[in-house]
Design a protein around this ligand. Structure first.
Ligand code: GCW
Length: 672
């Protein structure tokens, strides 16, 4: 078994080592017909020319004409028609919203697998879907697959700074070499775009939301345009995070007040300049009046004033505005979890039609587990974008193995009850709950310059899963894990099943050894790695761990019930009542919503304190199991990747024990 470095991600295309399948694939794919021309078709052709000979261990003929044998036929509906393929209007209708089909058809010359899509980018995504079927050894004899993206804008958000550093990046430096652009194009940009396209992503926000004005300078826009040109045929649109005070810093204006005509004009001119260079520019993602970033409130204006001014400029050219709701001004409410709703609910109905307000999955900050953000279901007239964090800032960074799809599914499937039962977060994001036309999901990227892209080989699973869920949130975390494991580690059941068990248990374990039962924000200050539950020396009260757990001799937890901060009132009934009552509050959120006595009895029959001890230890035990499982997989995994993961699991175990010991020791002093 030769060493692998992880660069290929899930696009490894190893020879199909199942003899029956291999024989069938070889028989079915004697020829590939791609009638279309142009850059995206070139990418499709190159991918198939690269993948098929490796998977089938045989050369495959390529043609632009009608095939004369069993074949794979790939194109948009119009391109397929040039080969004489009949696509009924009913079939065509089903392909709305950039969808695709993959289906088996009997042709004069033999059996065809036909890949068709609503646009070339859809065909590219479908091509990767088809390759995935081969990579995971699926039966391709009678295919009838129809798929379309559930969410319109599926973006990777990079917190990359112009100097190459990455905020909360754990996989090296930024992929973007600003100094070399636009003259020098790193071939890696293509591989990045391929990986994104393979999971159906269609947007990339290049720079950190803690923005620098310089990214909007003409010099940098030319560099950005070079990336946009390169990403375009892969179906990726480029977005930027502008600095709200750029009119002053870049334009030399005396103010950045959004109500000033000169300021609005500066943005209109800047946006026009961008579209001149990048005609399909996606739009802006803005962090304003949050953690020290400038914003409209600096001038006595409000979020809607700032957002609408930018949105109007973008809408002229077809761009969107993502306005982040990650705000927690302590003068708004002393419970940080309530701040965003208090600021944004009164603004519902006042945003321009091309604005999406973007909320994180939970009301605090990408913690190991949070209840869903109460803005979902509370803004009815404003489309809400969902922001997830793929980079595991609070979940062990690139040193822990934590599969995040289970967490994201918990959020997406959560019922907000905004319009009665069934108004899940996913339906709100999709737009169907309130009839919105635009929809967006954004994941904070976990990629960087490290050879394996994500730091930890297993973190690749989270990039993969984010894309797959963004395309289709009805997929299960388990199904996504199955695909990823087969493509990344092999199809041998001796490998697939144990690794899936590791993935599936990894997030609950992380929650247990870090913050069980609704605890949150117990990590060390600044770098956010490792435990520090006693931390109480930050300048801001709500950056201290003690603010969040409120442990004392009477018990532990943040009282957000009606008797406390009343954050429960931001949720719709019946959740509000359910969360409010300590007897009905789900135990996974118990200490999020309640301050509970140490001897409070839980469902397990244990007291709260006993349960905390039990869960912290359970978390550690699962990491031990993962480490042992991985050890037993050694004969099946290449030495290089095996060692990489082995070392990290050993460290994870040490760190999980530290979390368990430090937290239990610290909290134990209150229990007496
Ligand atoms: O999670 C916190 C991070 C900050 C980040 C901020 C945000 C980009 O610790 O580094 O800043 O969230 O989402 O704006």
């Amino acid at each position: 078994m030769y060493n692998e470095d992880g660069y290929e991600l899930w696009l490894r295309y190893r020879r199909v080592d199942n003899p029956d399948r291999l024989a069938h694939y070889r028989h079915a794919l004697s020829e590939v017909a791609i009638p279309g021309a142009g850059e995206t078709n070139d990418i499709i052709r190159q991918e198939l020319q690269h993948a098929l000979p490796l998977l089938l261990d045989k050369e495959v003929a390529f043609t632009e004409q009608k095939p004369v044998a069993n074949a794979l036929v790939v194109g948009t509906v119009d391109q397929l028609k040039t080969l004489g393929l009949h696509i009924s209007s009913e079939q065509q209708q089903k392909l709305d919203r950039k969808g695709y089909f993959i289906r088996s058809e009997l042709a004069e010359a033999g059996q065809w697998v036909v890949i068709g899509g609503d646009g070339e980018t859809a065909v590219l995504t479908a091509t990767f879907h088809f390759l995935r079927l081969l990579q995971t050894h699926q039966d391709i004899a009678n295919l009838d697959i129809l798929s379309h993206p559930h969410i319109q804008h599926r973006i990777l958000g990079h917190w990359d700074n112009l100097d190459g550093s990455i905020e909360r990046g754990y996989a090296g430096q930024s992929l973007w070499h600003w100094a070399e652009l636009p003259a020098i194009i790193d071939p890696r940009y293509h591989d990045y775009a391929r990986a994104c396209a393979s999971v159906g992503l269609n947007g990339v926000c290049l720079n950190n939301v803690n923005a620098q004005a310089q990214s909007l300078s003409h010099e940098y826009l030319i560099k950005t345009a070079a990336l946009a040109d390169l990403f375009r045929p892969y179906g990726l649109r480029v977005y930027l995070s502008p600095l709200f005070s750029a009119p002053m810093q870049l334009g030399g204006l005396p103010t950045s007040d959004p109500r000033e005509a000169t300021v609005a004009q500066w943005w209109q001119d800047k946006v026009a300049e961008i579209y001149q260079l990048i005609p399909d520019f996606g739009g802006f993602q803005v962090k304003a009046n949050s953690e020290g970033q400038p914003g409209p409130q600096d001038y006595g204006a409000n979020h809607d004033d700032g957002a609408n001014m930018l949105a109007e400029a973008l809408a002229l050219h077809g761009g969107n505005l993502l306005w982040r709701a990650f705000v927690y001004d302590v003068t708004v409410d002393s419970d940080r979890a309530k701040c965003a709703n208090k600021e944004f609910e009164p603004l519902d109905g006042r945003f321009h039609s091309s604005v999406l307000v973007q909320a994180k999955n939970g009301p605090i900050d990408f913690q190991p587990r949070e209840p869903f953000h109460p803005l979902f279901g509370r803004l009815e007239q404003t489309p809400l974008a969902l922001e997830l964090q793929i980079t595991p800032e609070y979940l062990g960074q690139s040193r822990h193995l934590v599969y995040l799809a289970d967490m994201w599914k918990e959020i997406l499937d959560a019922d907000t009850y905004a319009k009665g039962a069934g108004s899940t977060v996913a339906k709100i994001v999709e737009g169907s709950a309130f009839g919105h036309k635009i929809s967006c999901i954004l994941g904070v990227a976990n990629v960087g310059s490290e050879r394996n892209w994500c730091g930890h080989h297993f973190s690749q699973a989270n990039w993969y899963a984010f894309g797959r869920l963004a395309w289709d949130f009805t997929l299960s975390a388990e199904a996504i894990a199955d695909e990823w494991v087969r493509m990344t580690w092999g199809n041998d059941t001796a490998v697939v099943e144990p690794i899936k068990t590791m993935l599936h248990g990894s997030w609950p374990a992380c929650v247990n050894y870090m913050t069980p039962l609704g605890l949150h924000h117990l990590m060390q200050e600044g770098h956010h790695y490792g435990p520090d539950p006693g931390h109480n020396s930050s300048g801001r009260e709500d950056w201290n761990c003690v603010y969040f757990h409120k442990a004392d001799v009477t018990g532990i937890g943040f009282d957000r019930s009606r008797r406390g901060s009343n954050a429960v009132s931001q949720y719709h009934s019946p959740l509000r009542e359910q969360f409010d009552d300590v007897a009905t509050c789900p135990e996974k959120y118990l200490l999020w919503f309640h301050h509970v006595p140490w001897n409070h009895p839980l469902l397990s029959g244990r007291t709260l304190w006993e349960e905390m001890q039990y869960l912290y230890n359970e978390g550690v035990t699962f990491v031990e199991i993962m480490a042992d499982t991985w050890q037993s997989l050694q004969p099946h995994i290449d030495p290089q990747r095996h060692k990489h993961v082995h070392q990290r699991l050993a460290h994870q175990l040490e760190n999980a024990r530290e979390w368990c010991d430090v937290c239990l020791h610290y909290f134990g002093q209150f229990v007496g």
